[in-house]
Write a protein that binds this ligand. Structure first.
Ligand SMILES: Nc1ncnc2c1ncn2[C@@H]1O[C@H](COP(=O)(O)OP(=O)(O)OP(=O)(O)O)[C@@H](O)[C@H]1O
Ligand SMILES: O=P(O)(O)OC[C@H]1O[C@H](OP(=O)(O)OP(=O)(O)O)[C@H](O)[C@@H]1O
Length: 327
């Protein structure tokens, strides 16, 4: 979808609203009967907005949506363009990848690491080829969609290579220049098609890389989705509210609530296992000598914490998801 008459009409009614950019999702048609959905961050962004109670109705394929319960307008844009829109200031908030922020070189505030959309920008070479170390690629041809990050990475390697070369008869050797070429997609095809010695591409599961007969030899950048803000937001008070709601949703997703009973004489041991955010809540049970404990625990540690609690004498251990929080 593109900005059309209806969007331009909407834009004229946006002056009182904080603009919030969200990565768009599109179906890319490959054939009349075959299309794939693009937009890796889109679905999780929608869940985040829902968790923060930012409600909106989006007309079919329209790239602007007015929120129905807050003076916010969502603008659906390509992830790569969001740092620019936010950097220019009219769009006060945005969600995109940290890789896109770093690649854009645009001055925006990175407010919250959102924890989803994690992947790595890696140097990949043909699996059975001549290269196994990125230093061997200095002076060679590299294809990528991230030319700025790739340039920075190889310029450093070139400088190191030049420093390692001894001067001959007092003459410094001219540093080798690595050729960095841009492609917008299907980066992994570049080696097989003979236009690159290596590629620098995003890797999540590694499936695309392996299917193309490539292997990763170095990580250039590690990324996840991030909430970014303009240095001069249009509605700073509203921005603070949205940020604190989103922080609450992210924190809620990272923790679970762990409740259990234990003999009072084991309390000093179990509370070291579940110290909680500030301190665990301890309440007496009707049964003499027993207490109930309630404490927030990091989701990723909960299995190990339950094992340790049980070994320490805790019983009736129950774990609950937290749907929202302000901590
Ligand atoms: N497996 C993955 N491949 C690519 N990007 C990923 C992956 N996992 C997470 N990401 C993140 O998602 C961002 C791309 O977002 P999104 O897919 O919305 O953009 P896009 O414009 O559709 O990109 P593309 O056209 O390259 O698919 C990346 O910059 C990265 O931060
Ligand atoms: O490690 P994986 O889980 O396989 O994911 C990584 C692949 O996904 C992205 O491409 P995308 O599917 O967005 O298509 P594109 O080549 O058109 O950018 C990225 O550029 C890699 O090629």
């Amino acid at each position: 979808m593109h900005f059309g008459v209806r969007e331009m009409d909407l834009v004229n009614h946006l002056n009182d609203r904080l603009l919030f950019a969200v990565p768009k999702s599109e179906f890319q048609d490959f054939h009349r009967f075959y299309s794939v959905q693009k937009g890796r961050l889109y679905q999780q962004c929608l869940e985040l907005l829902k968790g923060a109670d930012i409600q909106f109705n989006r007309s079919n394929r329209l790239d602007i949506a007015l929120c129905t319960n807050l003076p916010i307008a969502l603008v659906f844009l390509p992830a790569a363009d969001i740092p620019r829109f936010v950097g220019e200031g009219r769009v006060s908030l945005g969600i995109t990848g940290q890789d896109q922020v770093a690649e854009s070189n645009i001055d925006v505030r990175e407010i919250i690491d959102l924890g989803f959309g994690s992947c790595k920008l890696q140097v990949e070479v043909p699996e059975n080829g001549a290269f196994s170390d990125p230093r061997q690629l200095v002076g060679k041809s590299i294809v990528t969609s991230f030319t700025s990050l790739t340039e920075q990475y190889f310029r450093k390697l070139e400088a190191e290579a030049a420093n390692a070369e001894p001067a001959v008869n007092g003459n410094e050797k001219k540093p080798l220049k690595t050729v960095i070429k841009y492609v917008g997609g299907s980066v992994e095809a570049a080696c097989a098609l003979g236009i690159a010695d290596a590629v620098v591409d995003l890797v999540e599961s590694g499936e695309t890389m392996r299917a193309a007969g490539l292997k990763a030899i170095e990580t250039v950048f590690e990324t996840s989705a991030v909430l970014i803000g303009s240095q001069h937001p249009t509605h700073p008070d509203l921005l603070d509210i949205i940020v604190s709601r989103i922080k609450g949703v992210i924190a809620a997703g990272k923790y679970v609530l762990c409740n259990y009973n234990c003999p009072r004489d084991k309390l000093n041991v179990v509370i070291t296992i579940t110290p909680g955010h500030r301190a665990p809540t301890v309440s007496p049970l009707e049964e003499e000598g027993w207490v109930a404990v309630s404490s927030m625990v990091e989701k990723k540690r909960i299995a190990e914490v339950m094992d340790r609690l049980q070994a320490a004498g805790a019983e009736d251990i129950l774990v609950f998801n937290i749907s929202n929080s302000r901590v």
